[in-house]
Design a protein around this ligand. Structure first.
Ligand SMILES: C[S@@+](CC[C@H](N)C(=O)[O-])C[C@H]1O[C@@H](n2cnc3c(N)ncnc32)[C@H](O)[C@@H]1O
Length: 229
């Protein structure tokens, strides 16, 4: 029995690897290379974990979706959900839409929005933000957390994947890569404790903090935040 469980999970992992490869192949040129690297940084095991915490139905927001890699991933993993990717960068969104079209993924859409002042207008079943909140000034980020809490359905969930401020060497490594990818942005890093306090102040409870250790030197953290039912 145990053997069959582990085989299943290996099969599942293999299927997810194939899915990631399919998504990467929907991009071309240098973006395909970026997609390959990004899937390495956001390790497939992390994605599988993030995916399992999200609801299977309803509207799922990918906040700061960039080129749409993980919005496509979630849309394929959750065919009954509607994934909506939001980002400020119009060229990235055009590339995301093209990739969705190439893969014929119909349950995903992309909207150009500035999260510093964007306000949700509809009810949300779940939302996630992968390495985005440290791109937002603290006051805007705090306001957005409050709005997300308000618009999540009771029992809904928000997943915040960001980075911790310790160890400092890892923070510096992340900062250098952020500078390469987004040279015009300011960065507003917060410690895991600060994120937990702010999420609690927004109303989320319980909040679980996971450290996601990897061979790459990123101080990854994942906060799993529930809106009480
Ligand atoms: C590090 S990338 C992460 C992209 C994607 N979540 C991923 O994991 O591949 C940060 C993203 O945040 C977006 N971003 C930065 N500031 C933003 C803002 N004010 N509103 C919306 N998106 C923003 C950038 O355009 C970029 O695509």
């Amino acid at each position: 029995m145990k053997l069959s469980i582990s085989e299943n999970s290996q099969d599942n992992h293999k299927a997810k690897r194939a899915l990631a490869a399919r998504i990467i192949s929907a991009y071309s040129g240098v973006i395909r290379l970026y997609a390959f690297v990004r899937f390495k940084i956001i390790h497939l095991r992390f994605l599988e974990e993030i995916e399992q915490y999200l609801p299977d139905d309803g509207a799922l927001l990918d906040l700061g979706c960039g080129f749409g890699l993980f919005a496509l991933y979630m849309a394929l993993c959750k065919p009954r959900a509607r994934v909506i990717g939001l980002d400020i960068n119009a060229p990235r969104l055009r590339i995301a839409r093209r990739a969705a079209h190439r893969l014929d993924i119909r349950n995903v859409s992309f909207e150009e929005q500035d999260l510093r002042n964007w306000r949700p207008e509809r009810t949300i079943a779940g939302a996630y933000a992968l390495d985005v909140f440290h791109h937002l000034p603290a006051a805007n980020g705090d306001r957005l957390l409050g709005d997300l809490f308000t618009h999540l359905t009771p029992g809904g969930r928000f997943l915040l994947k960001d980075i911790d401020t310790l160890p400092r060497t890892m923070l510096w490594f992340t900062y250098l890569l952020d500078l390469v990818m987004s040279p015009r942005d300011d960065f507003h890093y917060r410690s895991a404790g600060e994120w937990q306090r702010q999420l609690a102040a927004s109303g989320f409870a319980p909040i679980y903090l996971h450290y996601l250790w990897d061979i790459l030197p990123y101080p990854h953290i994942l906060l799993i935040c529930d809106k009480p039912a």
